[in-house]
Design a protein around this ligand. Structure first.
Ligand SMILES: [Zn+2]
Length: 200
């Protein structure tokens, strides 16, 4: 098992529990319009036998599931997100794939809002199950809402690339201090927002 470099940090004294690093939490807060503090507090897990959720097949790329209520939240990712084992997961071994992590996480943190909205985990789960049965997973309104974060991330990423302003992955993987990375992210975000506003 690998801990995705510069994406997650282990929680002290707690086995197998992680948090997002400060720059990643900052980036996710920007694209998903959530509070950074709430994202930083979110518990991150790898799927295991005792935590055998979500049920996505890793051969199809795996996935993640977010559980949230008003007070706490956790995201559990499938094993391929914690592995570089190509013989086991092929190109879906995302342990070192920063963009795969950011893309999925930008979607998952969108569900944090739903935790606040429904308040209790039971009602949250019932809302999802109801929508999955009624609309199917991909067309469920709660899923479409959460996609806003990952869509914004990709638009921002492409904007930076097209205008040769920088690369989010290289920035996050760099050896700069967290505060420096966060400051650069803010500059890039501002440029992106100005561009969006000028088009509106
Ligand atoms: Zn989702």
């Amino acid at each position: 098992m690998v801990v995705p470099y510069k994406i997650l940090a282990p929680v002290k004294d707690r086995k197998k529990e992680y948090r997002f690093t400060a720059p990643v939490a900052h980036l996710l807060a920007l694209v998903s319009d959530q509070e950074r503090r709430v994202i930083l507090e979110t518990k991150i897990y790898c799927r295991s036998l005792i935590r055998y959720i979500p049920w996505f097949r890793t051969s199809k790329g795996g996935g993640a599931i977010t559980f949230a209520n008003r007070r706490w939240r956790s995201i559990t990712y499938t094993e391929n997100f914690f592995s570089n084992d190509l013989s086991r997961f092929g190109e879906k071994a995302y342990g070192n794939d920063t963009m795969a992590w950011l893309h999925l996480s930008a979607h998952e943190v969108g569900h944090i809002k739903h935790g606040f909205k429904y308040g209790s985990l039971l009602i949250y789960l019932i809302a999802f199950i109801f929508q999955y049965i009624r609309f199917g997973h991909g067309a469920a309104p709660l899923e479409i809402e959460a996609d806003q974060g990952s869509n914004t991330l990709m638009r921002w990423h492409n904007y930076l690339k097209i205008n040769s302003l920088g690369d989010i992955v290289s920035l996050l993987q760099s050896d700069q201090q967290d505060e420096v990375i966060i400051a650069v992210l803010d500059t890039w975000w501002e440029a992106f927002q100005c561009d969006l506003n000028s088009q509106a």
